[in-house]
Design a protein around this ligand. Structure first.
Ligand code: AQP
Length: 332
């Protein structure tokens, strides 16, 4: 079976609908056909300031949401990144074949560094994409299911794999991005030209998966639309309505063109009401399952320990080969 790897950062108490549709839903589908590795990338989460107790809590919460979304630890390897030391070790080696200018061209770094200001921007934030390359290459992943925002980091990962293989001899599978066009970028409901994001300035445009249903419904009802009345998909002139249609389509399974016909002659209020029902019907049981997993942290930690043991086996094999290729004297 081909292999996939993906991860999310434990940087908030709840994942949002962009993480869900852009990543988690794809992960669950891919475990049917692939040997899947899914991790909570806590090493990435400390690239910005975070309180230790909060990080620990969010790491469990993120893992619980993977399980609640349908990641099955019997079929997929579910683990926490810091439990597998090879991630940091391989990142060092890859950092030594990454150009400074090359890393500096990453738009996510430029955006986040721009917002934080130079005094609060860490070297960790700068080398984040190198660590992400290590996450993927350690497992010899064939495909990486992510949202559109990660495409550039995936390109860097491919470049590093090709460079290493060329310079030192085959050690890595060169991974392909797995990006589902329809849900690759879910937008903020209050600012439908910006991606829905955990670090959005205001939360009123972000659908958190663990929001109470009435909060979710209120956020959808207050979504920004436009001054027209027509329900039509047109990202340029109607980004708000188009985003609502994309979310509806992803959850209802009805193509956007069909939805345009369904809603001919109806108003934005009808679309928002139906969408609120769809989202809360999907997320209410998700929320309950997450809370149930969180009620038994020992069982959750057991799942993560099993996953880490499996992940370490694969990661150790790759890292040993990399160290050998690079020319490190083998330890006795
Ligand atoms: N709005 C989105 N639409 C579709 N996919 C998305 N992803 C994130 N936002 C959207 C995908 O979710 C996964 C989680 O990635 P992450 O935890 O590394 O977070 P991120 O990409 O940095 O995005 P966030 O959640 O919005 O956090 P911040 O605010 O820190 O940038 C990835 O597969 C991502 O593509």
């Amino acid at each position: 079976r081909p292999r996939v790897l993906s991860g999310m950062q434990p940087t908030s108490d709840s994942l949002h609908l962009g993480n869900y549709l852009g990543a988690l839903v794809q992960w669950v589908a891919l475990q049917e056909t692939h040997d899947a590795f899914y991790c909570v990338v806590d090493l990435h989460a400390i690239t910005v300031d975070v309180d230790p107790a909060t990080l620990r809590e969010r790491t469990r919460r993120t893992a619980a949401q993977y399980l609640a979304g349908g990641v099955d630890p019997q079929r997929s390897t579910l683990f926490v990144q810091s439990h597998v030391p090879q991630h940091a070790e391989l990142a060092w080696v890859l950092g030594c074949i990454t150009g400074f200018g090359e890393a500096g061209r990453m738009t996510q770094f430029k955006d986040k560094a721009g917002k934080a200001g130079s005094d609060r921007t860490t070297v960790g934030l700068f080398t984040y994409p190198v660590l992400m390359a290590a996450d993927i290459l350690l497992y010899q992943a064939d495909a990486v299911p992510v949202g559109e925002d990660q495409r550039q980091h995936l390109e860097l990962t491919r470049d590093l794999a090709i460079r290493f293989n060329g310079r030192f001899g085959e050690a890595f599978t060169v991974p392909e991005p797995f990006i589902v066009k329809e849900t690759a970028k879910i937008y903020d409901l209050q600012d439908p030209t910006a991606k829905m994001s955990k670090s959005a300035a205001t939360l009123s445009g972000v659908i958190d998966l663990l929001d109470e249903p009435k909060v979710t419904a209120k956020k959808i009802r207050s979504a920004v639309t436009d001054a027209e009345r027509e329900i039509r998909y047109d990202v340029e002139t109607k980004p708000g309505v188009s985003n609502l249609l994309s979310i509806h389509s992803a959850l209802s399974g009805r193509p956007v063109e069909t939805l345009e016909k369904d809603y001919a002659g109806k108003g934005y209020g009808d679309l928002k009401g139906d969408l609120a029902d769809l989202v809360t019907t999907e997320l209410s049981p998700f929320r309950e399952r997450t809370l149930a997993y969180l009620d038994d942290p020992a069982a959750l930690d057991d799942v993560l320990a099993d996953g880490a043991a499996k992940a370490r086996d694969v990661a150790a094999t790759t890292l040993a080969q990399v160290y050998d290729r690079v020319g490190f004297l083998s330890a006795r």
